[in-house]
Design a binder for this molecule. Structure first.
Ligand SMILES: N[C@@H](CCC(=O)N[C@@H](CS)C(=O)NCC(=O)O)C(=O)O
Length: 230
């Protein structure tokens, strides 16, 4: 039976969740058959069976798993003979570090640059929910948060600087081939690309060159997603 991936979707079937992108890339990496079920922010009933309110969620036979990190660990233990996501225990530990860094540092810097653009692409039914939930979380509405001030641009560039240095040495964070760490980082860029045409990284930057490489993986599946800069 195919795995079901419940995935955030906006207008025009835009898939714009960084966490759902991590899971989608992990499923592709393992070569597992899956189908995606689009979910809007306010479709909480559609994922109520998972006992929580966020995507991604996967249903694999009788197993239901939520949270992109828990899903990656599940796929690795349930499908050990498929391509490894972590390359062993040390790889898993270091990737866990990257997961926390991306959630806390990279996403925190990126959201300020694109949050109002997200609003343009959420489903109409989600518009009020998005404004209210994000205004409450950040203390101001999306339009006031996305000023792209010099300080906000510098914070994003600074957050990426370590990754930039690392990607200047290897094709992928995982070395010669991508591993789950690459998918964590790519989630942020797939998210931004799906809802914003703001140029985050200069085209001669190793991060941009890596992003192009990532877009070509899996027969170009990521590149063909509804997005800017196709
Ligand atoms: N730690 C979770 C975060 C998942 C998450 O925050 N997903 C967002 C979509 S990007 C969501 O479902 N938000 C629901 C909401 O804001 O109501 C993971 O890694 O999967």
């Amino acid at each position: 039976m195919r795995i079901k991936l419940y995935e955030l979707a906006g207008k025009d079937d835009r898939r714009f969740s960084p966490y759902c992108w991590r899971t989608r890339m992990a499923l592709e990496h393992k070569g597992l058959e899956y189908e995606t079920i689009p979910v809007r922010f306010t479709d909480k009933d559609a994922i109520a069976f998972s006992g929580q309110e966020r995507v991604p969620v996967i249903r694999d036979g009788n197993n239901v798993i939520s949270d992109s990190w828990a899903i990656a660990e599940y796929l690795e233990s349930e499908y050990p003979t498929e391509a490894p996501l972590f390359s062993g225990e040390a790889g898993r530990g270091l990737t866990r570090f990257l997961n926390v860094w991306a959630d806390r540092t990279l996403h925190a810097a990126l959201i300020k640059l694109v949050i109002a653009d997200i609003l343009e692409h959420v489903d109409d039914a989600d518009r009020d929910y998005f404004i209210e939930s994000r205004s409450s979380f950040f203390g101001k509405p999306p339009a006031e948060l996305q000023t792209r001030s010099k300080a906000d641009l510098q914070a994003f560039t600074y957050a990426l600087s370590t990754i930039k240095a690392s990607l200047g040495m290897n094709d992928f964070l995982g070395g010669d081939a991508p591993t789950y760490g690459d998918y964590i980082l790519f989630g942020a860029f797939a998210w931004a690309r799906s809802i914003s045409d703001f140029p985050l990284v200069p085209i001669d930057n190793p991060v941009h060159i890596w992003r192009e490489r990532m877009l070509d993986l899996f027969d170009g599946m990521p590149r063909s997603a509804v997005a800017y800069d196709p």
